[in-house]
Design a protein around this ligand. Structure first.
Ligand code: NDP
Length: 501
């Protein structure tokens, strides 16, 4: 069995209290590694290491070029260890090897590559120091500079442990900050490995610290700690709210990437073969455990029957099974508890009158692992709980609409506002619909195509602030205005008369 400690100040440490916990492979229900469990004191030690590294300037005093080159080395080091990291990601979280090799490893490594390259370029140079000459209220040169915040904390979820850790670490480091990362307790391993990879690639000790521990103690300690200037969280809306409350005590900057109930709108002129398969991809990729999953398929009544037929046919092409087998498209859910949540919602859907046309149960062929069949509910009313609440499993609700206005009204009738899509043969028409949807991302004729160059985040209760792109990077900076006045005798300063006779 593999063993992992806490990664603090460039080294592995046991937890102060000596506590460890097994991490379970969701496909086998067996433990495959043990991980040290941090308590509040371990968290304080990690924050102290990050603060010391920041105060000493070992990272922020490097030029953007130097930092950028090291971040690019982190990316290359991830590719060099990709087999080992992918195996850990699959065993920890239950995703497929196919996804790990084509999405998790490249997605995480490219996050470091992207931010590393961006800060070496002219656009970042212009972004961190802008100059303005002004005559009012007095002649002056004005510098608007962006500086690192200090110690940033990242609290990450279990659905994409490696990518989420990369989304928190890479932009924070690019901006010159130091970090403490707390991964989800059920999937801590790849974030811990990433801490070590960063250090071995040249990030100085103390700049990246990763500690695994319970949200209720280790997470809350981070959210309250006075030496942390910013907290970036991805997870449930409920915990996001709690983190905002705790962070308010020391007025931390907070970015939150939370739940969703994203609308996937199929217009009546869409290519139905593509839209049907796109709707399956939008909902069943990674067993539906993705915040921006297109869990509400809004379909024009005229094409409803054809779409459902094609979706049901498409499901036959999804192989459920051994996560290590490269032909497997769907693995298990992350935990027994998550499968119970999904089962509860399937029951609620049936009780409230939705029609379960496919799935709705555990696959008969699998006697081990937290597997659940891809499930389609038809005849869903948007007021039903399965259309309003985040299920975070392979369950899609199909809702009919009569015209575009009704589609937009249903799409926006949600407390969430994270993602969504519009499928249509007419791109202008689709863009016009996209502009009316209250979400942070809308794809047209695609789904899940997150692009590192562009902002990602939510409207309404799906979040606060943005990650990725120059907009996400900006969130890791303080903004400072430096006013450079004229060096004159006192008579040159008219404003002195406001006080002096
Ligand atoms: P949580 O929001 O509870 O967990 C996300 C992270 O927050 C984990 O690292 C967790 O630690 C930590 N955490 C939990 N409680 C606190 C706290 N009080 N203070 C600080 N940190 C805390 O998600 P769950 O794992 O419980 O999943 C529940 C639901 O959340 C899912 O069913 C899904 O609907 C949604 N979710 C959304 C995600 C997204 O990408 N937007 C991702 C994951 C879940 P620990 O693991 O130790 O509890």
């Amino acid at each position: 069995m593999k063993e992992f400690g806490l990664f603090i100040d460039g080294e592995w440490h046991a937890a102060k209290g000596g506590k460890t916990a097994p991490t379970i492979n969701p496909a086998t229900e067996e433990p495959w590694a043990t991980v040290a469990v941090a308590d509040r004191e371990d968290v304080r030690k990690a924050v102290a290491a990050a603060k010391k590294a920041h105060d000493r300037g070992v990272w922020r005093n490097k030029s953007p070029q130097e930092r950028g080159e090291i971040l690019q080395k982190v990316a290359m080091a991830m590719f060099e260890r990709q087999d080992e990291i992918a195996a850990a990601e699959v065993q920890d979280g239950g995703g497929t090897m196919r996804k790990a090799m084509s999405m998790d490893i490249p997605g995480a490594a490219q996050t470091f590559m992207h931010f590393g390259q961006f800060i070496c370029g002219d656009e970042y140079k212009a972004m961190i120091c802008e100059e303005f000459d002004e005559m009012v209220p007095v002649p002056s040169k004005n510098l608007v500079v962006r500086e690192p915040i200090g110690v940033c904390a990242g609290i990450t979820p279990w659905n994409f442990p490696l990518i989420m850790a990369a989304w928190k670490i890479a932009p924070a480091l690019a901006a010159g900050n130091t970090v403490v990362i707390k991964p989800a307790s059920v999937t801590p391993v790849t974030a811990l490995m990433l801490g070590e990879i960063c250090t071995k690639a040249g990030v100085p000790a103390g700049v990246v610290n990763v500690i695994s521990g319970p949200g209720g103690t280790a997470g809350e300690e981070l959210a309250m700690h006075p030496d942390i200037g910013k907290i970036a969280f991805t997870g449930s809306t409920e915990v996001g709210r709690r983190i905002m409350q705790l962070g308010a005590g020391t007025l931390k900057k907070v970015t939150l990437e939370l739940g969703g109930k994203s609308p996937n709108i199929i217009l009546d002129d869409a290519n139905l073969d593509t839209a049907a398969l796109g709707a399956l991809f939008a909902t069943f990729l990674h067993q539906g455990q993705i915040c921006e999953s297109g869990t509400r398929v809004l379909v024009h009544e005229k094409i409803h029957d054809q779409l459902i037929e094609k979706m049901i046919a498409g499901i036959q092409r999804i192989q459920i099974g051994d996560t290590m087998d490269p032909t497997t498209g769907m693995g298990p859910l992350v935990s027994a508890a998550q499968r119970e949540t999904v089962e509860k919602y399937v029951g609620i859907g049936k009780e409230q009158g939705a029609k379960c046309v496919v799935g709705g149960k555990r696959p008969a062929a699998m006697n081990k692992g937290y597997y659940f069949e891809p499930t389609i509910f038809d005849d869903v009313d948007n007021k039903m709980r399965i259309a309003q609440e985040e299920i975070f499993g392979p369950v899609v609700s199909v809702i009919r609409y009569k015209d575009e206005d009704e589609a937009v009204r249903i799409a926006n009738d949600s407390v969430y506002g994270l993602g969504g899509a519009v499928w249509s043969a007419n791109k202008d028409r689709a863009v016009a619909v996209a502009k009316r949807i209250e979400t942070g991302t809308v794809w047209i004729n695609d789904y899940h195509m997150i692009n590192l160059r562009f902002p990602f985040g939510g409207y309404k209760q799906s979040g606060v602030g943005r990650e990725l792109g120059k907009w996400g990077l900006a969130e890791y900076h303080e903004l400072k205005h430096i006013h450079v006045g004229e060096d004159t005798p006192p008579e040159g300063k008219f404003y002195l008369q406001l006080l002096l006779n």
